[in-house]
Design a protein around this ligand. Structure first.
Ligand code: R5P
Length: 313
């Protein structure tokens, strides 16, 4: 069997270190820098010939740079003779334009996958992709992880009573439905439209939320507009309290303040992208889930219990 090698890109080295530590291994040294004109320059600084190689790089802000760095690291690994290259992208950027909604639009998610495949990536590991349709969008095997087993205990720890799980839009309904089922809570949905990119307008709250503790469940918060709009609509509809859970804290500048100002009492997320510690936010670490997953893929057991929610497509 090939030796296992883990490389950290520049997006989230701390996460890569924690995965390596959980797997009882160390990171292969690699450097990412820039030429004076801004071009990214990478170098893998150890032997990776015949390695079963994993590059940890969520493609978070700045998305273009992170994606390019990942592609360059994959190309460097391929040139150095790695046996197989897997991109570990707990947050997959460019997932939001995966279907052409109107003429003239690209399919950005598929293109990002093709760029990576072209660079030598043969397999991807991702957490909570924006849309389930993306599971069959890439021309390579995908291991798509769900965060449910991490988030559900964190929700239960909060001890919410009279809980209703809320999807802040129709697109997130299936995810919210899973959480509602697991928590034996009713489900509500906010009907939202997007008049333009990065703007969310709430139309209606569907479901009974009066007097309930409403937990909004979403895949990501970027501007925070979706959560803010949903929170305002829920409170206007008589919700007793609003809490928010999103898997990927993409967080454009000012997003946390906007969410806080909308009377959202609890904010729960993961560290799938680099996120600053903030007393207002409960961060659930994902390194154990990724370490277990890579442990399974590489045939190396890790210290933690089995992951059940791994689907390879
Ligand atoms: C949209 O379809 C997604 O599921 C999220 O609701 C959205 O991307 C969040 O973005 P923002 O925080 O900018 O509203």
């Amino acid at each position: 069997m090939s030796a296992v090698a883990l490389i950290a890109g520049d997006a989230h080295p701390q996460l890569a270190r924690e995965i390596a530590r959980s797997m009882g291994t160390s990171l292969v040294p690699a450097s990412v820098s820039a030429f004076a004109d801004g071009e990214t320059r990478v170098r893998i600084e150890a032997e990776v010939r015949d390695a079963d190689l994993y590059i940890v790089q969520p493609t978070s802000v700045p998305t273009n740079e992170r994606l390019m760095t990942l592609a360059l690291l994959a190309d460097a690994a391929r040139a150095a003779g790695a046996a197989r290259i897997t991109a570990v992208m707990p947050y997959f950027g460019y997932a939001r334009q995966d279907v052409r909604k109107s003429p003239g639009e690209p399919r950005s998610a598929q293109l990002a996958g093709r760029i990576l495949r072209c660079a030598g990536v043969e397999r991807m590991v991702a957490l909570e992709l924006h849309s389930p349709a993306l599971e069959s969008a890439f021309e390579m095997p995908l291991i798509h992880l769900r965060a449910d087993d991490l988030m559900l205990p964190a929700i239960r720890d909060c001890g919410f009573s009279r809980l209703t799980v809320v999807s802040p839009d129709a697109g997130g309904l299936k995810r919210a439905q899973r959480y509602a089922q697991a928590l034996a809570a009713p489900l509500a949905v906010v009907a939202k439209t997007r008049p333009r990119a990065d703007a969310a307008v709430v139309q209606q709250v569907l479901g009974d939320v009066r007097g309930r503790a409403c937990l909004i469940v979403d895949d990501m918060a970027s501007t925070g507009g979706t959560i803010v709009g949903a929170a305002q609509a829920l409170l206007e509809a008589g919700a007793a309290a609003v809490h928010a859970l999103f898997i990927h804290a993409v967080m454009a500048p000012g997003a946390l303040e906007r969410i806080g100002a909308a009377s959202v009492r609890t904010i729960m997320t993961t560290d799938s992208v680099r996120i600053a510690i903030d007393p207002r936010v409960r961060i659930v670490p994902i390194a154990p889930l990724l370490a277990q997953t890579l442990g399974r893929l590489t045939g190396r057991s890790t210290l933690r219990t089995e992951v059940t929610d791994v689907q390879e497509s």
